[in-house]
Design a binder for this molecule. Structure first.
Ligand code: ATP
Ligand code: MG
Length: 158
């Protein structure tokens, strides 16, 4: 499912529909795509809609941020700065936070290679080939466990 994002408000709308489609089971999400295309911005809007106030993790641990919300705990990994040794050190967290009842984002999942559980819903964010002001968000899941979420999301987003 592909969405055209022409301005920042469109990212906001996608984030709103995304949040409205969540339930207490949470969701396990990988974010991939072009550098600077708007992955973190999407997560920021989600945190805003879920009324997140407290950042739990110490900011010195740049790879993982943890947040509290009324819905469920939220985890945001950014694997961009991760080296291979680093990946091994977070494998158990990746597994743990892919489980039900958590909302987890793995940004730059390209760097997670084979260590990321395949239950993820992937959001790939890319620039338009002709117009760099336009971005495309592609939601894709190979795993049936995300079907119900996707059905709700498609209804909300239109
Ligand atoms: N839909 C949009 N329209 C216009 N500007 C946007 C949009 N989405 C994000 N931006 C802006 O583009 C810049 C980069 O966004 P962001 O940090 O979210 O990208 P990213 O994909 O996470 O980057 P990186 O690859 O470095 O992790 C930010 O200044 C952000 O505010
Ligand atoms: Mg980012």
């Amino acid at each position: 499912m592909r969405f055209k994002v022409e301005k920042i408000e469109d990212t906001k709308k996608l984030a709103r529909a995304f949040c409205d489609s969540l339930d207490k089971d949470g969701l396990f999400v990988t974010l991939t795509g072009d550098i600077g295309a708007g992955k973190t911005q999407f997560v920021r809007f989600v945190l805003e809609y879920l009324n997140v106030k407290d950042k739990v993790t110490s900011p010195s641990f740049v790879i993982l941020n943890e947040y509290k919300s009324d819905l469920c705990p939220i985890y945001h990994f950014d694997l961009y700065r991760l080296e291979e040794k680093g990946l091994k050190s977070i494998v158990s967290e990746l597994r743990e936070y892919s489980k039900k009842g958590k909302l987890t984002f793995i940004e730059w999942a390209e760097f997670g290679l084979n260590e990321i559980p395949d239950s993820a819903l992937n959001i790939n964010v890319e620039y338009d080939e002709e117009n760099v002001d336009i971005r495309h968000f592609e939601f894709n899941s190979k795993n049936k466990t995300n079907d119900e979420f996707m059905e709700r999301f498609i209804k909300k987003v239109n």
